[in-house]
Design a protein around this ligand. Sequence first.
Ligand SMILES: Cc1cc2nc3c(=O)[nH]c(=O)nc-3n(C[C@H](O)[C@H](O)[C@H](O)COP(=O)(O)O)c2cc1C
Length: 187
Amino acid sequence: MIENNKPIMILAIPGSLTATSSNLNILKAIAKIAAPNVVIDIFQGLDKLPHFNPEIKDPIPTVTYFKQRIKDADGVIFSTPEYAFGVPGVLKNALDWLVFTGELNEKPVAAISASPLYSGGDKALASLLLTLSALGTNMGTNSALSIADIKNKMSSSGAIIASETTSALQVILNDLVTRIVLGSPLI
Ligand SMILES: Cc1cc2nc3c(=O)[nH]c(=O)nc-3n(C[C@H](O)[C@H](O)[C@H](O)COP(=O)(O)O)c2cc1C
């Protein structure tokens, strides 16, 4: 919900835990191109979540915190690598924690995959989109992007150096922000 003059809060979740992650750098690049009223808040705690077990009923602080961060966000953007043709376990595990409690239900989302390979992590992206659809998220016509050959589109410090990639990220971000604003009861 966007109240007058409040910034739009987007939670950005990388599917990789590595310190030099290209997917983390993509989310940092999105933060740089976001309009001043859009805050990109990067969540890096997926490794703090325990393995999902539907029999666990007692609250777990890290899980409660993660769910609250999702709840508080106006939208969520994921950028993930592909591991063995699928979504990395840490990201799938995190999403499984949301199945029963529905924090992503009707939430505007966007999903990106990036890979040094020419496939761009397309299988992980397809799988992530299926999971996001199962979770009832709000997706649009430009809510998914697969980035191939990512190493050659980024500098050694992690900045995006390919202008077409920056443009593609801007399209994804604009689409997400538009869906957030359109879904706001205050417009
Ligand atoms: C365990 C493992 C499995 C991988 N499997 C794939 C794969 O199936 N497809 C692919 O495109 N890249 C695969 N890769 C390469 C990753 O795309 C590459 O390491 C990428 O940079 C990881 O993303 P990150 O930089 O955000 O950590 C794999 C890497 C690892 C470590």
